[in-house]
Design a protein around this ligand. Structure first.
Ligand code: NAP
Length: 283
């Protein structure tokens, strides 16, 4: 599996498996099948409610821990943020049944971001979170965090797919040593992604599906992708993107699909700030 090297030297597979919206009772089986298919990067979060199931699948898989890259996420914490972040991290580790995670992400750019980040820096220094990063940070918030703290986030996990490509933001991240990771790489099928004429036409030329074209396009841009599927045949299909290459012309053609905006929600929209901040979960 191709990997990227994060800004602290940690190696991260460029393609992994996401478990958002997989119900807890289905997650153990899905992760077991994903590991059997060959995935080694798993992406969960305290707010997904399925860390325990991910942990069970990891434990029973027989895959050596050092071959796995496990990411989980910290949800917005009440004050005092540093203390609660430490507690939330312990809760996540216990649920996962692990003694460290490979990547710990701040899930939302809300709350006492600085207090949360300082606690995450401490976890990173202790080696219990091999790398730390953020999710859903827009350029202004990311730069502010970088400039005013010691450790630069290793990753920003953001909505990135053919209809919201984030090329300028990726360039800014590159300048600062932050790895872009895509969530919703298929836009969860919105905008008829899986039947898009251009993506279908490119797929036909390579004998590949639209899903494979999209993942290939992400990987070829150096974007880490974490597609979700509960179907073993799709899990295998989504991993099989390293045996072909999109031409420069095809990469440029996909670039024309960019709408420059979210298909889900904008984290700077006051209604979303209210809604996402109102949720409180363990971790
Ligand atoms: P996604 O990967 O864009 O799309 C998943 C959807 O695509 C599912 O409905 C799946 O259906 C379908 N699908 C998967 N492979 C397919 C294929 N080969 N052909 C046709 N359909 C296919 O959506 P996502 O789960 O929202 O995003 C991926 C991961 O990113 C998440 O699981 C999570 O780990 C992470 N994420 C993070 C955040 C954040 O705030 N940080 C937000 C959202 C997501 P089936 O399952 O039925 O195959």
């Amino acid at each position: 599996m191709q990997s990227v090297t994060l800004n602290n030297g940690v190696e991260m597979p460029i393609l992994g498996f996401g478990v958002f919206q997989i119900p807890a009772e289905q997650t153990e089986q899905a992760v077991t099948e994903a590991l059997a298919a060959g995935y080694r990067l798993l992406d969960t979060a305290s707010s997904y409610g399925n860390e325990e199931a991910v942990g069970r699948a990891v434990k029973n898989s027989g895959v050596p821990r050092e071959d796995l890259f496990v990411t989980t996420k910290l949800y917005v914490q009440d004050a005092p943020a540093e203390e609660n972040t430490e507690r939330a991290f312990e809760t996540s580790l216990a649920k996962l049944g692990l003694d460290h995670v490979d990547l710990y992400l701040m899930h939302q750019p809300y709350g006492d971001v600085y207090g949360q980040w300082r606690a995450m820096e401490a976890l990173n220094r202790q080696g219990r979170a091999k790398a730390i990063g953020v999710a859903n940070f827009y350029p202004d918030r990311l730069l502010d965090l970088i400039i005013n703290n010691e450790i630069t986030p290793a990753v920003d996990q953001i909505e990135t797919h053919p209809f919201f490509q984030r090329a300028d933001y990726q360039e800014l991240m590159r300048e600062h040593g932050v790895q872009i990771q895509s969530w919703g790489g298929f836009a969860e099928g919105k905008n008829d992604l899986f039947t898009n004429p251009l993506l279908s036409e490119i797929g036909e030329k390579h004998g590949k599906s639209v899903a494979q074209v999209v993942l290939r396009w992400l990987v070829q841009r150096g974007v880490v992708a974490i597609p979700k599927s509960v179907r073993p045949e799709r899990m295998a299909e989504n991993l099989d993107v390293f045996g072909f290459e999109l031409t420069d012309e095809q990469m440029s053609a996909v670039a024309t699909l960019d709408t420059g905006g979210s298909l889900f929600f904008d984290h700077r929209d006051p209604a979303m700030v209210r809604w996402l901040s109102a949720r409180r979960v363990d971790g």
